[in-house]
Design a protein around this ligand. Structure first.
Ligand code: GLU
Length: 466
């Protein structure tokens, strides 16, 4: 096969959302799988709605996901001369003609057709006028097709549209800018795109684009129209389903690996396998395995996939990802080994990096603040002697898990207290929380010095109150 070239052509009229990111991912995977190239281009001809901030945020989101591109980013607004050149060619060959109908005239005709129960279409008023370019004139494709306009979709097989449904549509507006269809075709052609993988909301656009290819006398690329992403209720995914921009997921503590894994699985699959590294995806991805039924976005599933990747990432990677979430702490005060050991104790429990940062805050502060309910329940005067004894034990003995546990059990028995009460009082003293990783794990990471200090503080606190 000749080199595969795919493209991702977002319109910078909003942030990158799940659906767009999945389209980008499928194009990226297809290119990477075949050792091909991905072209990035911004379809920014809608000058009113296109914004630079969206260009920036889309680029940031793609980079964060790890979806790199080999060419571009191109901007359609910087390529106007190219579209004009091809438009001129079509005009000179008689395959396109100028139209001087005004907006108002077209609108009136449209209404009349609708009233007659007809599908509105351009009636060909200017088709044979032989007009040249001029003020207020748009360029229309002369559609001569009869019968069917046919293309082969990689997922759906042959798709055909009745040619009579396609009118002489505009390819260049009267202001000299290309319409979407024309710009897409000229871009895909001049960029050498071999495979167009896009949402199936574009299926009905494809016949018009095919007609432009035919008029230009060039071979169209291959098309694969992938099913849209729906919400759990079966409606097209929107904010209402809690679908946010990709960068919001980043800011809520999702790992890029999780988003990529989850997005890949949205409509694509490989047996029953749930979790894929990027390398596996590149190796296994084939557009033909994309499912034709619409994919449903399930936020709980995404969260579970995130938890999986947090659990299965190593501590130094997690540390680098966690840093933005730990800004309020002076991380420089701690050794990398200490931070990594702390992360190891929470990574199996956290579903997001935000959760993880909260769970491990007690490792990063000088003094912990006690949970109010917990403190009332567990910092009772009966535990004072137990805490004193634990402190004395730690001051004397080497730390060894089995021995320490046996010691705690013995202590509970000797004092006639529930082991749980002692453990919870210790937990509160060390973490300020009633829920945390295992006590022994925490003690080992914090180190004796911090632990002894925290127990002493708890002792003082209980004494002062009782
Ligand atoms: N710019 C179009 C969009 O954002 C993509 C068009 C295409 O893939 O052909 O929907």
């Amino acid at each position: 096969m000749a080199e595969v070239i795919t493209r991702f052509p977002p319109s910078p009229t909003g942030h990158l959302h799940l659906g767009g990111a999945r389209t980008a991912l499928f194009n990226w995977l297809y290119a990477r799988h075949h050792g091909g190239r991905l072209v990035l281009r911004f379809e920014d001809t809608d000058r009113e709605r296109s914004k630079k901030e969206y260009v920036e945020s889309i680029l940031e989101a793609l980079k964060w996901l790890g979806l790199d591109w080999d060419e571009g980013p191109y901007f359609q607004t910087e390529r106007l001369e190219l579209y004009q050149k091809y438009a001129r060619k079509l005009f000179e060959e008689g395959k396109a003609y100028y139209c001087e109908c005004t907006k108002e005239e077209l609108e009136t005709k449209r209404k009349q057709m609708l009233e007659k129960g007809l599908k509105p279409r351009y009636d060909g008023t200017c088709r044979e006028k032989g007009l040249g370019p001029g003020e207020g004139r748009a360029l229309r494709l002369r559609v001569e097709a009869v019968g069917e306009v046919v293309f082969e979709d990689l997922l759906r097989g042959k798709i055909s549209f009745p040619a009579e449904e396609i009118d002489d549509f505009i390819i260049m507006r009267s202001d000299g800018t290309p319409t979407y269809h024309f710009a897409v075709v000229i871009d895909d052609f001049t960029m050498g795109v071999t495979h167009v993988i896009r949402g199936d909301d574009h299926i009905s656009n494809t016949p018009k684009q095919i007609l432009i290819y035919q008029a230009l006398g060039i071979e169209p690329p291959r098309f694969a129209h992938i099913p849209m992403v729906l919400g759990r209720d079966g409606a097209r995914l929107s904010k209402r389903h809690g679908a946010r921009s990709i960068l919001e997921y980043r800011d809520e503590g999702y790992l890029p690996e999780a988003l990529v894994n989850y997005l890949a699985k949205l409509g694509w699959g490989y047996g029953d396998q749930e979790y894929f590294t990027v390398e596996e995806l590149i190796k296994l991805f084939d557009i033909k395995d994309v499912n034709l039924s619409p994919a449903r976005f399930d936020p709980d599933k995404l969260l579970a996939v995130n938890a999986y990747w947090i659990r299965n990432s190593d501590a130094s990677y997690l540390l680098s990802q966690l840093k933005p979430f730990l800004k309020e702490y002076e991380l420089d005060k701690f050794s990398e080994d200490y931070l990594k050991a702390a992360i190891e104790t929470v990574k199996t429990r956290a579903k997001t990096l935000v959760e993880m940062a909260k769970m491990m805050d007690f490792y990063l502060v000088e003094e912990v603040e006690y949970d109010e309910k917990g403190e009332k329940k567990f910092f009772v005067k009966e535990v004072l002697p137990a805490l004193e004894k634990i402190k004395a034990y730690l001051e004397e003995k080497e730390l060894e898990e089995k021995e320490f546990e046996a010691f705690l059990r013995g202590l509970a028995e000797e004092m006639g207290l529930k082991l749980k009460l002692i453990a919870q009082a210790m937990r509160l003293a060390l973490t300020g929380k009633t829920v945390s990783p295992g006590l022994f794990e925490i003690i080992k990471v914090l180190g004796k010095e911090r632990v002894i200090k925290r127990i002493q503080k708890a002792i003082n606190f209980i004494k002062a109150r009782n």
